[in-house]
Design a protein around this ligand. Structure first.
Ligand code: SF4
Length: 352
């Protein structure tokens, strides 16, 4: 069995944060070794001529030996994707070599997430000091001519923070400071997908009423970022409208492709990177299941989630689980995944 490309991402160290919106779900941090990364390489090597090995799928560069791990992943990969624009502000404020190292790797924009003022941001990140670290990191980025891209997750409960954020951005003067090195500052607001930890905010989910409260400047930034002025394209439609559309949708979905990306947690459980890595998507364990069987499980849609995707239409999900009374804003595919997750959890309960 051969794939055109396989990307294997091993969660070696985890993440310093405990974000309340984390779509990957909060799981205990690990402490895996370089040999564990080599083991992952050996496991997948026979099944593709284009193997990429990644030393994390949660916080980039959280590992104490992050530089060594980057070099090792380059060595083990046939073709290494350039460093993502996701960076670690935890690392940036503790290691002054970090931002120049990113610059030398070619990183020219870096994404940071805020939720409002210091108290609100620290609350959502789940760690005191996060907001101050983000502000310090922004300064380091600008110093090294890397443009910050700031995203803000919005809920009903933090929409009152928007005027603070607007003033913060004006005070930091990031638009002009990025122009000084010919880069564009970017900011956007969105609600994320209602999956992983973020599912806990369903009751707090934004509606069109919250969108009306967005200050013009922040709305303009968001429109530029998404390259559309359509509120529907940015934040989706009210849940009742999404339900009305999806109830007509009898299609199912097969996510199997020839270039899969696998998430491997620090217990070596393997998941396709389609949704929150969880029991629903489990394909097997690299230490106890033959890799052939893990790949076959992927190809044959044998995880509970993949099986449900190929068998249960959006129409059935919406009829059983949709909320036709709700005004919460969702994109259609995010909403389908939310219902699918609920459907699989209920099924697993029944099967136990
Ligand atoms: S969202 Fe990112 S930074 Fe926050 S807990 Fe999840 S992986 Fe860590």
């Amino acid at each position: 069995m051969k794939f055109k490309k396989i990307t294997a991402c091993l969660d070696m160290y985890g993440c310093p944060n405990r974000c309340k919106h984390c779509w990957l779900k909060i799981t205990p941090n690990g402490n895996l070794t370089n040999d564990d990364l080599r083991f992952t390489y050996q496991a997948f090597r026979p099944f593709t001529n284009d193997l990429e090995i990644v030393a994390n799928y949660r916080e980039e560069d959280y590992a104490p030996n992050y530089k060594e791990l980057w070099d090792l992943s380059v060595e083990l990969s046939d073709n290494k994707t350039p460093h993502f624009e996701n960076i670690s502000y935890w690392r940036a404020v503790r290691d002054l070599d970090y931002i120049p190292w990113l610059y030398n790797l070619g990183v020219r924009a870096a994404q940071l997430t805020i939720f409002g003022n210091e108290e609100t941001t620290d609350f959502f990140v789940g760690r005191k000091g996060a907001f101050k670290e983000i502000i310090k990191t922004i300064e380091q980025l600008v110093q090294y001519r890397i443009s910050p891209r700031i995203q803000m997750f919005i809920y009903k409960s933090n929409i009152n923070q928007l005027s603070f954020v607007e003033k913060l951005l004006i005070g930091l003067d990031l638009e002009n400071r990025c122009k000084d090195f010919d880069k564009e500052f970017s900011f956007f607001l969105h609600q994320g997908s209602c999956s992983g930890e973020n599912a806990q905010f369903y009751e707090d989910w934004i509606t069109l009423e919250e969108i009306k409260k967005i200050p013009k400047k922040l709305l303009d930034y968001t429109v530029i970022h998404f390259n559309t002025a359509s509120k529907e394209e940015i934040w989706g439609k009210p849940e009742n409208k999404v339900c009305e559309n999806l109830v007509q949708d009898v299609s199912t979905l097969n996510i199997v492709n020839n270039t899969p990306i696998f998430y491997i947690d620090n217990n070596f459980n393997v998941y396709p990177n389609y949704e929150t890595p969880s029991e629903i998507w489990l394909l097997g364990n690299l230490k106890t299941t033959k890799v052939e069987d893990i790949l076959e499980n992927y190809k044959q849609n044998k995880s509970i989630g993949q099986k449900a995707l190929t068998e249960v239409s959006a129409s059935k999900l919406v009829k059983e689980l949709g909320n036709f009374q709700s005004e919460r804003l969702f994109g259609e595919s995010d909403y389908k995944n939310l219902l699918l997750h609920k459907y699989c959890l209920a099924k697993m309960k029944l099967d136990k």
